[in-house]
Design a protein around this ligand. Structure first.
Ligand code: PXG
Length: 285
């Protein structure tokens, strides 16, 4: 289905929403993006996503040519113009057209793109039975090389991990950081439950600061569940009572097997199911 795409201040049919082959977003993955969702036509945590987009841009010294308020307005407009109720929104800002050379200073026209589309969801069965995942051999980017907190257009680190997961029959894969600690999955953050306490790696484990992760931490704390942002090892995963992932696309999804080992009793646990339902309601409220 043809969509109306926002590009540099205009809404145009998707076939006309094009960028140059000299755009450094294409040539070098030089740019940033966000993935958001709308529920009943309303974008979930729009301001937080926009803040993270501008932070990612700032981290790579890319000046986004419109204000955060304009970005929010354009996003809402793209959702409405396409008649989208429950959908997926992608914001993209590229470095712009340059030359066949790395120098970003030779790029002058950052491209601002917003795509609002339908969303492909995991099956209901996966939410009920829980996911099986593996730990991938692909180590998450070293934060001093390319910070995982930057949602950049270069997602090869995650894609290589995803390929390994898919090869093993898993739709998600757990990535460790350069120290061997648990970091995150290819497009989701990870949580463990042990003795009623919720645990998730801290930002300095080298992870994306997930917006769903923040929302789940808030929900848990409101419900009186203790939340620890602590460094975790594979051992902690294997001996956890429960495990689940959080992400814009997945929301909250249980994990019941990691590297061929049952987590807890091998079924989604009560804390996971409670937070899954609570997040489901929050997103749709
Ligand atoms: N870690 C990584 C590496 C991600 O890319 C998350 C964690 C979860 O963050 P949020 O803010 O979404 O809770 C992400 C987000 C997709 C897709 O198309 C991927 C994400 C978000 C939306 C869509 O696969 N990843």
């Amino acid at each position: 289905m043809s969509r109306l795409v926002y590009i540099n201040g205009e809404m145009v049919p998707s076939e006309q929403a094009t960028v140059s082959v000299f755009d450094h977003g294409l040539l070098y993955g030089d740019g940033v993006f966000e993935g958001l969702r709308s529920y009943n036509g309303k974008v979930f945590r729009l301001e937080q996503h926009v803040r993270r987009l501008y932070e990612s841009a700032r981290a790579i010294r890319l000046a986004i040519p419109i204000s955060t308020a304009e970005m929010c307005k354009a996003t809402n407009h793209a959702v409405a113009a396409n008649g989208i109720q429950d959908g997926y929104i992608r914001m993209i800002v590229t470095r712009g057209t340059g030359t066949l050379g790395l120098d970003p200073n030779r790029c002058s026209d950052p491209q601002v793109i917003i795509i609002a589309d339908s969303i492909a969801l995991y099956s209901e069965e996966l939410y009920e039975k829980g996911l099986e995942i593996i730990t991938t051999s692909v180590i998450r980017n070293h934060p001093a090389a390319l910070s995982p907190r930057i949602k950049s257009l270069n997602y090869l680190n995650n894609i290589l991990a995803k390929l390994e997961g898919l090869k093993a029959g898993c739709v998600e894969a757990l990535m460790l950081n350069h120290k061997g600690e648990v970091a995150e999955c290819t497009g989701d953050n990870i949580f463990l439950v042990r003795d009623g306490v919720l645990m998730t790696p801290p930002l300095d484990a080298g992870i994306l600061g997930g917006i769903t992760r923040d929302a789940v931490v808030e929900l848990a704390e409101t419900a009186g569940i203790e939340v620890l942002k602590v460094s975790l090892t594979k051992h902690d995963v294997y001996v956890a009572d429960e495990c689940f992932l959080t992400g814009t696309a997945a929301e909250v999804i249980p994990v019941v097997r990691v590297d061929d080992r049952d987590i807890g009793c091998g079924r989604p646990g009560p804390v996971t199911l409670n937070l899954k339902d609570q997040f489901h309601d929050l997103a749709r409220s």
